[in-house]
Design a protein around this ligand. Structure first.
Ligand code: ZN
Length: 314
């Protein structure tokens, strides 16, 4: 073989190596990026029971499911607990199979094995979304109260922790005695963003009118590792406290992420576009620590106008 041929083969070899190297270096990354956004987040909505008949999980769960599935980012399964007062010893929701658990439940305590499995799931980096009356649940379960930051009703009082609200740009904790959990009239009231840089809040108007909902107030709990995203305010004319009540928050629990929305009393309140967008984004954030659902829809409410959407259920 002449030196010319050796040179040519070497050149082809070098080119081939470069081609393979760039192909391997670029394409797998591209494929990974593709699947990051293509792969759907798996959601379990855990529902059932509910003490107060105004909280109808059988109506709200299909709306929650439709809100999540409509944006194409989630695949949703529903797991329903045994009815109130019925034996639940065999109840074993498979938390570990899901990226995030949405709780639409209030009722009997879960069996100890389920509580332990849920704590384990969260400490190991699980995701939890707490919607409205779910924060009435499990007043006597300390780990749950840490996960949700604060809750109301269910016998909560000063022993459950201080009352927590927002004032002068910071969280206020008030140890004075009294029951936990209060709301004024169902009405429209403004929501003010307190952390516009958080991924769940990005691009949303600083103040928007939320439609026809209860504003949870006098909430009590440990309030550890709590991060305030937004507050709502109801005037005394609406039987509100006149204070800035925390209505959208996150909580860090072990390696797990919690998104807690006190909004969403019923299907009507859930059809507020402000609820829809923050519930979708909050669920994505609790599952992954990121928000890719960054579009702000044209029908988002404004500082002076509420905006509702018709949610089509299956
Ligand atoms: Zn309610």
């Amino acid at each position: 073989m002449t030196p010319k041929w050796i040179g040519l083969i070497a050149a082809v070899g070098v080119f081939g190596f470069w081609f393979l190297y760039t192909a391997l270096a670029d394409n797998p990354n591209a494929a990974a990026k593709q699947s990051d956004t293509d792969e759907k987040i798996s959601v379990m909505i855990l529902d059932g029971q509910m003490v107060f008949e105004g909280h109808r999980w059988a109506q709200t769960t299909p709306v929650m499911k439709a809100i999540l599935q409509s944006c194409g980012r989630f695949k949703v399964d529903v797991v329903t607990s045994p009815q109130r007062g019925r034996p639940n010893a065999e109840f074993r929701p498979p938390f570990e199979k899901y990226d995030v658990i949405v709780i639409n439940y209030e009722g009997d305590p879960w069996p100890v094995a389920v509580q332990e499995a849920f704590v384990e799931y969260m400490k190991n980096g699980g995701g939890l979304v707490v919607v409205h009356a779910a924060d009435n649940a499990f007043a006597q379960w300390p780990q749950w109260n840490r996960m949700i930051g604060f809750g109301g009703w269910g016998g909560r009082d000063e022993k459950s922790g201080p009352m927590i609200w927002w004032q002068d740009g910071r969280v206020v904790k008030d140890d004075s005695p009294g029951p936990g959990g209060y709301h004024g009239q169902r009405a429209d009231w403004p929501i003010t963003i307190r952390d516009p840089n958080h991924p769940i809040m990005q691009g949303l108007p600083p103040v928007w009118m939320h439609c026809c909902d209860e504003l949870y107030s006098r909430m009590r709990g440990p309030g550890e590792n709590l991060h305030v995203l937004a507050t709502g305010r109801q005037s005394p004319q609406q039987q509100g406290t006149g204070r800035d009540e925390i209505c959208l928050l996150t909580v860090e629990y072990g390696r797990g992420r919690v998104f807690h929305t006190t909004l969403g009393h019923d299907t009507q309140a859930m059809s507020c576009v402000g609820f829809v967008v923050t519930f979708q984004r909050g669920t994505e954030w609790a599952a992954s620590g990121k928000v890719t659902l960054t579009d702000v829809p044209d029908d988002f409410p404004t500082e002076t106008k509420t905006s509702m959407r018709t949610i089509k259920t299956e």
